[in-house]
Design a protein around this ligand. Structure first.
Ligand SMILES: Nc1ncnc2c1ncn2[C@@H]1O[C@H](COP(=O)(O)OP(=O)(O)OP(=O)(O)O)[C@@H](O)[C@H]1O
Ligand SMILES: [Mg+2]
Length: 235
């Protein structure tokens, strides 16, 4: 199986100057179609890692950071950051990555359908039966004409997942997509995400606090180790 991500010694500095700490990934690879689950205590740097992997946050140090692009083959992300190549970074971000934000992040003045279609429109993709397919898997078809405030938290989280996946990204980064749900609803959303990964063949990294959901089938587990200099994320 080909690797979509290959990282060695990638880290970012967080915190105030006198109390700064490093959030680091010593070594990590993710294959196409693979699911990784990431966990660690609040404030250790999980969202920070997703921002680095999602090309939103520039790492402080990069040993190696390769993104296997659909169209351009192996892309050296370190070089894009060095050159401040915003266009190169944002084109990968927009076309190939989907974010399920910790805060949900749906736009309140748009309907569910419009929220979901935004990422396709940004990428210049036409309407497709694929969106109907994932909306059916997520069981959100009845809410398409509603606004986010007319949905329950769990329904909003399912819509956020559809929005993150509508442009058929190769990698989905989900930041605690079940944090606001009761255990049954969280189980349901987690299994839906796993089903979507299987159905679409994309890769995904899901952050969760929830120990119960860590040992899911073949998912790889990435955990935070707190060291003197900060947090290290490894398997
Ligand atoms: N934009 C920022 N600038 C500077 N420091 C930040 C920024 N965002 C977060 N931090 C700090 O970096 C550390 C890691 O934050 P992060 O949000 O990655 O943690 P987390 O593991 O996702 O926490 P949680 O489980 O509460 O979401 C925290 O100490 C936080 O205060
Ligand atoms: Mg977080």
């Amino acid at each position: 199986m080909s690797c979509i991500l290959e990282l060695e010694q990638v880290s970012c500095r967080r915190g105030e100057q006198d109390r700064s700490f490093d959030v680091s990934i010593p070594s990590f690879t993710l294959a196409s179609g693979e699911l990784a689950i990431m966990s660690g205590p609040s404030g250790c740097g999980k969202s920070t890692v997703l921002e680095m992997l999602g090309l939103v946050l520039q790492p402080h140090r990069i040993g190696r950071f390769i993104w296997q692009s659909d169209s351009d083959g192996a892309v050296n992300i370190a070089r894009l950051w060095e050159r401040n190549d915003d266009r190169g970074l944002s084109s990968i971000r927009a076309r190939e990555i989907g974010f399920v934000l910790q805060s949900g992040g749906l736009l309140p003045y748009l309907t569910v359908a419009e929220n979901i279609m935004i990422s396709r429109r940004i990428s210049g993709l036409p309407c497709s039966g694929y969106v109907n397919e994932i909306s059916e898997v997520l069981n959100i078809v009845p809410f398409m004409a509603r606004k986010p405030h007319q949905l329950s938290i769990g329904e909003r989280q399912r819509v956020s997942i559809a929005r993150a996946m509508a442009h058929q990204p190769r990698l989905v980064l989900a930041d605690e997509p079940t944090s606001a749900l009761d255990p049954n609803a969280a189980d349901a959303v987690f299994s839906l995400m796993m089903k979507l990964v299987a159905v679409t063949g994309c890769s995904a990294i899901i952050v969760t606090h929830d120990q119960q959901r860590m040992n899911l089938g073949s998912a790889r587990i990435v955990t935070a180790t707190i060291t003197e200099s900060g947090t290290e994320f490894s398997e």
